[in-house]
Write a protein that binds this ligand. Structure first.
Ligand code: URA
Length: 241
């Protein structure tokens, strides 16, 4: 059950404030009955008309692709009052990030109000591919790459299928750049996987989420997905690999 003025606003008919005015002015009916009381609760089943027009209770679905910068939290709100990824996006819709990226992780982050797509994308059963580029302290060895791919134990449980390859070794700074592709989304998974084999991560970027990249987006920039891109995400999430 939701408050009537909120449901009207979510339908895109007008703002919540305007909806309250319309209710007070006697211009709103629920199941044919005039409702002037503020805060009346309605359900999906109730038929609502405003100024004689029936409204759709379904919120328009929106999809944003953000190139997440370092130093913002990837949650809808932060208990410590830090800046969140939602603050970076100019929208009135109640969107949330699909999965997590750490405060200091950069790269591809999808934000939406589409709960169905979110569930499909984050469910491990659907094997959605996530590609990370990690900068490591130390020079990684070939056998360590093999260990990552066959699974390492983090938080008492072995990680699933993964692919990894060395992108660059820098002896001068004693660091390595590794691409790691995973299909799960456990908490701090990438950092923990590298820690488990003895290489702390000093920088982490998500380069790809499913097929989405940050191409054309500077750090902190975002764009809306096209309908075609959304359909492709649905079909990737459905395709068990
Ligand atoms: N794994 C991590 O450790 N951190 C992230 O932000 C994403 C994946």
């Amino acid at each position: 059950m939701e408050r009537l003025q909120k449901v009207i606003a979510q339908s895109g008919y007008c703002s919540r404030r305007k909806a309250e005015e319309l209710i007070q002015q006697g211009k709103v009916k629920v199941n044919g009955q005039l409702v002037t009381e503020m805060g009346t609760k309605v359900s999906e089943q109730d038929a609502i008309t405003v100024e004689g027009k029936s409204i759709s209770k379904r919120e328009e679905k929106v999809y944003y692709l953000l190139n997440k910068p370092r130093g913002v939290v990837a949650t809808a709100s932060d208990e410590h009052g830090r800046k969140t990824v939602i603050d970076l996006i100019a929208t009135n819709q109640r969107i949330y990030p699909v999965g997590r990226l750490d405060y200091d992780t950069t790269g591809v982050l999808l934000l939406t109000n589409d709960g169905e797509l979110t569930n499909l994308l984050i469910h491990p059963r659907n094997h959605v591919e996530k590609t990370y580029i990690a900068k490591l302290e130390g020079i990684i060895q070939k056998q360590d790459i093999d260990r990552l791919c066959s699974g390492v134990v983090i938080d008492g449980k072995k990680t699933g299928k993964a692919r990894a390859k060395i992108k660059k070794i820098d002896k001068k700074t004693n660091s390595s750049l590794v691409e790691l592709i995973i299909y799960e989304g456990r908490n701090h998974q990438v950092k923990k996987m590298f820690e488990a084999i003895g290489y702390p991560v000093s920088k982490l970027k998500r380069e790809k989420f499913a097929y989405l990249t940050t191409n054309g987006l500077k750090s902190g920039e975002y764009r809306m997905l096209t309908i075609k891109e959304v359909k492709k995400l649905y079909s990737e999430a459905h395709k068990v690999q």
